[in-house]
Design a binder for this molecule. Structure first.
Ligand SMILES: *Cc1c(COP(=O)(O)O)cnc(C)c1O
Length: 409
């Protein structure tokens, strides 16, 4: 038997033992959707999450949603009413962000390899480009010149440090992201000389960290770096985007980030900041932390079989919707995501089984030798922490399966 990750707090069952999501029975949601597999996102949990962040963080710090975590259109439209901005990372995401109702001026566009037509779309819309290189800056200025528009430009800085304990390091050393800190002052001066509307710095050091002290330490280093650069340039950055990094507990032993501790430390960091940043605004951009917990992936058992004494629950879902839960999205050692039998939620574990998907590959495992209540054909399996990097970060067309249904409740 192998343990599975912690089920997020706040989920419970009705008197029949059926998992409730946003107050609805999992089985009723599957009926409503018309079929399984199905992602359900609970809007009340999204609202609560944003409120938790705002209560924890110093007043005035802005919250941006990094939409690559979950670009489902109804969820985006819902988030547009909750957060202060969207961070996008492609022309496709820019289009979706604009369609969600988020004001163009509150959208920023990061990401290496932006093509000319993507730069043009952002400049024409009035979104801010987080420039990833001097070459990209040259192209953006030239496109803005052709359009006769003043571009809104920030510089993404590749910091000289990374976020300790983060699952994905996005700063420190040689990276495809951002402009090396040493080259930033000259680039910003060039933008100012060209008459661009310089928006400030974007500094993103890493992702999926659970240690509040490490996050706080990175934020302090980020603010110090922004101050050092601003002093060198001699101009106050209107906005310092501090990145994010707050992760969620997926695996056994993982503990949630202490958001209150991050907020207290950020308050102290901002209180003590260099005078050059006195008038700057600050933002954090979060994807996973905002949306992961609100999502549940429901998949139905289509077969129950034994092989050499091991029991397999074969479902209609799999890695084509839940690549990360199968252990194939940035993890070195496969461990079990939080998983439950939705139709016997909270019942005593009764047997050790492996929950697999319907794809003809041994990689397609959603729960490896997990101990669950008894479940059979027709029962629903729930995978938690499914609201981020699920549907859009998995190879839906693999083996001709197609996408899962999605629903915001
Ligand atoms: C991926 C990404 C994010 C979101 O990271 P999460 O771990 O989902 O919070 C934020 N900003 C940038 C620049 C990113 O690339």
């Amino acid at each position: 038997m192998k343990p599975h990750g912690p089920i997020p707090p706040g989920f419970c069952a009705d008197s029949d033992g059926m998992l409730l999501i946003g107050g609805d029975r999992a089985e009723a949601l599957a009926d409503m959707a018309g079929d399984t597999p199905l992602f359900v996102y609970d809007s009340a949990m999204l609202t609560a999450r944003v409120a938790e962040w705002r209560a924890a963080m110093p007043a005035g710090v802005q919250l941006h949603y990094a939409m690559k975590a979950n670009p489902y259109a109804p969820l985006l439209a819902f988030m547009a009413g909750l957060v202060d901005g969207f961070d996008v990372a492609s022309g496709g995401e820019l289009k979706a962000a604009l369609a969600s109702g988020m004001a163009a001026g509150d959208i920023s566009f990061a990401g290496p390899g932006k093509r000319d037509r993507e730069l043009e779309a952002a400049i024409a819309a009035g979104a801010t480009l987080n420039l990833e290189s001097a070459g990209e800056a040259t192209r953006a200025l030239s496109i803005a010149g052709h359009l006769g528009l003043t571009p809104s430009l920030a510089v993404r800085v590749n910091p000289d440090f990374d976020l300790k304990g983060s699952g994905m390091k996005m700063g420190g050393g040689a990276k495809p992201f951002g402009v090396d800190a040493a080259e930033v002052p000259a680039l910003v001066r060039r933008l100012l000389d060209a008459g661009a509307d310089w928006q400030g710095f974007h500094i993103f050091a890493g992702s999926q960290a659970l240690d509040s002290a490490a996050i706080a330490d990175t934020q302090a280093q980020t603010v110090a770096l922004a101050a050092r650069l601003a002093n060198e340039i001699g101009v106050t950055p209107p906005l310092v985007n501090l990145g994010g990094g707050m992760g969620v507990p997926y695996f056994p032993g993982d503990k949630p980030v202490d958001a209150a501790a991050v907020g207290v430390a950020l308050g102290e960091t901002l209180e003590a900041r260099d005078p050059v940043l006195a008038k700057s605004h600050f933002a954090m951009e979060l994807g996973r932390w905002l949306v992961a917990e609100a999502g549940v992936y429901l998949t139905r058992i289509v077969d129950r079989k034994t092989s050499h004494g091991e029991t397999f629950l074969v479902t209609d879902g799999g890695l084509h919707h839940q690549l990360a839960a199968s252990g194939n999205f940035g993890t070195v050692i496969r461990r079990n995501y939080p998983i439950a039998v939705a139709s016997a939620f909270g019942a005593e574990p009764a047997e050790t089984v492996s929950v697999v998907g319907c794809l003809c590959t041994p990689l397609d495992r959603l729960g490896d030798q997990v101990t669950l209540p008894h479940a059979g054909v027709g029962d629903l399996i729930a995978i938690f922490q499914a609201g981020a990097y699920g549907a859009s970060a998995s190879p839906a067309t693999f083996l001709g399966q197609g996408p899962a249904r999605e629903m915001l409740v």
